[in-house]
Every structure is written in C-alpha cells, then in structure tokens.
Design a protein around this ligand. Structure first.
Ligand code: ATP
Ligand code: CA
Ligand code: CA
Length: 396
C-alpha cells in the first residue's frame, strides 16, 4: 500500500523547519546519550533552559547546515531520555528513524486543531506540532505522567518521547512533541476510529465513496461492538479506568480512544460495512490475542490476563469473530479475525477558558452532554461509559 503523507523534500514549504528539527533531535539525542542517572526532581523544572544556537556555518557544538540560523530548545531532556528508555526505544534507532535522509512525511492535517503531523519513514514515530498551551500542560503534568507510565506499564496513554522548540530567524516558535505511532504494526490497518464518547459532530468528514483506509471514523460512524474474552475485557476496562482517573486528576479533557483495526479477511468487496444504515457483519468480535498478534496459539495458552504493555509504541491485540467458525482455540489472525491497535491520544487539552467558552456557546444550540467540550470529570465518565458500551464480554 502507498505510504500516507507527503515526503518532506527540498521545495516543500516546511523543509527548513523539518530539517532544523532533525538537526536538533540528532544533537540532543547524542548529547544526552551518555546520561545514565535516575531522574531528579530538578529535571522536571520547566525553567531550566536548554537553548542551543545552530548557525549555518556551524559552531563548537553544532554542525554546519543549509537552513537559516535557528535556535533549538529541549524540554526536560533527562526525563524524556529516561522515558524513551522505559518505552524500549533504542537511541540509535530513534535518531535514524527521525533524522535519516528523507525520513519524514507530512500527513495532511488529520485533526481540526491546525497541528501538523509528521510520520517517520519506518512509521514508528509521529511528530505533532503543539500549541504553547499544550506544551505548558505537558510540562505541568510531566512528573505525574512519568510516575503514571512507570507504575502502569500497560497504560494506554500516548507515549511521549521528546518535546522541543525551534525558533528560526524571522519566524515564530514551533513546538513539537515526538510520540509513538499507535498504528505501528506489521499489518495494514484497514479501519481507524477516533472515539471520544461525545456525539455532537462526531462523524467523519469523508463519508461514502471518499473514505479509504486512512480515513478516521468517529463515534457516530461506529455501528458494531467489540466482543472480548472476559479476562481481557476486565483488563482493558481496568486500565482505561486508571488512565482516565489520571487524566481527570490533571484536568484533561478532549482526548480520544484511537482504534486501528486490521481485518484479516479484508478485501474491498467484503469490507465491514460501517454505514449507519447497513448491517455490519462485524457485530461479534472477540479478543483472542494480545501483544504478539502473530502468535495466537501461544497467547491462547497464557493464563494470565493480557499484558497491555507490548513492546510496541502501541498495543496490539488480536480480535476474532466469535461463533463456531472462530478459531478452534487457536486464535491468531484467521478469517473473520481482526487485530486491534488502541490507545488514548490527544491528552494535552485542559479545561481552560477556551473550552469553557466553547461549552457555553455550544450548549445554547445542542444538548450540553453531547458536546466534546465538557468538564474533565464529566468527560471521563462519559468516555468510560461509552467504552463499556462498545466493548462487551464474549459469553460464547
Ligand atoms: P483535534 O484537537 O481537532 O481533535 P488534533 O490536531 O489535536 O485534533 P489529534 O486528535 O491529536 O489531533 O490527532 C488527530 C488524528 O491524528 C487522530 O484522529 C489520529 O488519526 C491521528 N493520530 C494522532 N496521534 C496519533 C498517534 N499517536 N498514533 C497514530 N495516529 C495518531
Ligand atoms: Ca483529537
Ligand atoms: Ca487536540
């Protein structure tokens, strides 16, 4: 399948920006490679400044380059170095994936916020431009995020690997976060869902014929449920509860459960019908594998609940159709099975004045509980209620 996005090559409008980002990340990764100490509380201090100048002619610390003069800032580099380690990211692979030649592709703005998204050539990492307020939120909650993902290795919240800022001469600052691509998988993702639990405006803007495998569908487009084996259902719900509690405690809202489905018997002819009027032939999916979707048999023998922390940036689970044809106890990716990658994304929006105003304004027009922008407590409850409606235990 053709890779999504547009390669950033010379002549691209963001060529300079992306090149500076690559130079900066190479510099930072190398600079911090030898740090092996534990994180200290001072490492979370946002006032610690790590600006480095990159003059085109090069300097003692930086190589010569062909971009305009720029400054580069690392946020809490020691913390992110430790997070990358925790998430099993090899520094050399990280650098190569992001900084190799022609490494990045720009995705055509998947969100509404105006952020740009860049995907590495190997699909492993996504770089998203952030608003200043989002960086503030991330830095504010970094200590508890760090604690959370260390304590819950199976957490579903986005894996963050680094936050940086580029200031090119004559341009405003651009802030970036590097995170794991949830859909990093050997398998093709056939269907994507971005689910918030709210309903107002929650349909894809690419209906009917325009939709393809890269289209992200939303809450109202989902017309089937996922049926899971009981232990896995429990584990999933437990982890979502824990993650939501964390987000609620940080006053965060507007996040989504992002789900990618690899449908094993997928073809253009018999793909799942997800049009609201159609009969979905996927009423009955059940979770039968986790972590290493290729090894259904092995997973079948495991008694312990799934370990939600795969050594992927995303979690992968194998889902099979329940019923007689299901998989004769073998699991794996057979006909009517699907593999699910899922995680909680877009976790840097707090319930600030703009969201309060959005809530007040939209409440005048529609049912206030249907709006995405609601207070974090309500958001989390509605989100969890929705998830418990779309995932069910397979009783069969
Ligand atoms: P908005 O605030 O309007 O929802 P946004 O610009 O903040 O949008 P996100 O919600 O973070 O953007 O992401 C938009 C889309 O990008 C998602 O629906 C998903 O398709 C894709 N995406 C975002 N983060 C990831 C990730 N970590 N892995 C895979 N895909 C992602
Ligand atoms: Ca979003
Ligand atoms: Ca957002």
């Amino acid at each position: 399948m053709k890779k999504p996005g547009q390669p950033i090559t010379k002549g691209h409008k963001n060529y300079d920006l992306v090149l500076s980002l690559q130079l900066g990340i190479r510099y930072s990764t190398q600079k911090h490679a030898s740090i092996t100490r534990e994180v200290k509380s001072l490492d979370f201090d946002p006032n610690e400044k790590f600006w480095t100048r990159f003059p085109p002619e090069g300097s003692k610390l930086t190589p010569p380059h062909q971009v305009v003069d720029f400054k580069w800032k690392d946020y809490c580099p020691v913390v992110f170095k430790n997070l990358r380690e925790l998430f099993g990211i090899d520094p050399a692979e990280y650098m190569l994936a992001i900084c190799g030649n022609d490494a990045l592709r720009e995705l055509s703005s998947p969100g509404k916020s105006g952020s740009n998204f860049y995907l590495t050539q190997d699909d492993r990492f996504i770089i998203k431009t952030l608003k200043k307020s989002e960086v503030k939120v991330l830095i504010r909650m970094l200590q508890s995020y760090y604690r959370h993902v260390r304590q819950y290795r199976s957490s579903l919240v986005t894996k963050f690997f680094g936050v940086h800022c580029v200031k090119m001469v004559g341009c405003p600052k651009t802030r970036f976060v590097v995170m794991g691509n949830l859909f990093y998988s050997e398998r093709v993702i056939h269907k994507r869902f971005d689910l918030k639990g709210s309903s107002y405006g929650r349909t894809t803007d690419k209906p009917g014929g325009e939709a393809d495998e890269t289209t992200t569908f939303k809450d109202l487009d989902l017309n089937f449920i996922f049926q899971l084996r009981q232990s896995w259902y429990k584990e999933l719900i437990r982890q979502i509860d824990i993650d939501c509690q964390f987000l609620e405690g940080e006053n965060i809202m507007d996040y989504s459960l992002l789900i990618g489905l690899h449908i094993c018997n997928y073809s253009n002819n018999n793909e799942m019908n997800i049009s609201p009027s159609g009969k979905a032939d996927a009423q009955d999916y059940c979770l039968c594998d986790a972590e290493s979707p290729d090894k259904g048999q092995i997973m079948e023998k495991r008694n312990s609940p799934i370990s939600l922390a795969a050594n992927l940036p995303a979690r992968a689970m194998c889902v099979s159709r329940s019923g007689s044809e299901s998989t004769s106890g073998q699991g794996g990716c057979e006909a009517n099975n699907a593999i699910l990658c899922l995680g909680i994304i877009d976790i840097l929006q707090d319930y600030d004045i703009s969201k309060r105003l959005e809530h007040a304004y939209k409440s005048l027009q529609v049912d206030p509980t249907s709006i995405s922008a609601v207070d974090p407590k309500l958001y989390s409850k509605r989100f969890r209620d929705f998830i418990s409606r779309i995932f069910k235990v397979d009783e069969g």
